[in-house]
Design a protein around this ligand. Sequence first.
Ligand code: TMP
Length: 237
Amino acid sequence: MQKQQLLYKGKAKSVYETDDNDFLILHFRDDTSAFNGERVEQLARKGQVNNRFNAFIMQKLADAGVETHFEKQLSENEVLVKRLEMIPVECVVRNYAAGSLVRRLGLEEGQALSPSTFELFYKDDALGDPMVNESLSISLGWATKEQLEEMQRLTYKVNDVLTAVFDQGGLMLVDFKLEFGVYHGRIVLGDEFSPDGCRIWDKETKKKLDKDRFRQSLGDVIEAYEEVAQRIGVPLD
Ligand code: TMP
């Protein structure tokens, strides 16, 4: 597969076309951003750690019957993926209160949410990814009712699979965000799953081991990502 021109440069990944219209190459960069790109820093090893982390998780999900865009890791920073027609609605599941939910409702961080919640956010950097709902998503033509139902079903399934994966490493999956797209008419998981797009805490100490370390300037960001990787069995070298 030949890498061709840059299609899109996101905040942490660059997307390249290939000579096959059905496939793209994602390049995981070391760029780390927060507050909608207001703060950006380069963190050494981040691209390769997230690439390996994502490959491991996507494989776990495929094994559990969740179709993903992941095809194969091409190099330290690159992965070959199916080209999806992305749906501009992000799916968030929360098992414990944190982040924007705590700010919005004044909850205590760490409060268990039972059953786990499901939220939708419109993917738009200029608007700051505002929270939306199913009705808006349908009326504005972002997705059909059937597509949203499938995205919700798959997101809860991912939660079940990954809660168990992290639990085995003594870790809590607090919340996470997924993005889906359409591939030959099917809803398929796209984007990435890495500590950039989820919250992971140590079960005993509640130490934060995800991008909140960057957002909250807690230090040792990539060291935390590597600790999570090592605890769930991601091969790092
Ligand atoms: P939030 O608490 O900021 O709403 O985020 C919930 C989870 O989803 C958290 O793990 C971060 C992730 N997330 C992203 O990675 N990108 C996004 O654009 C959004 C809305 C959430």
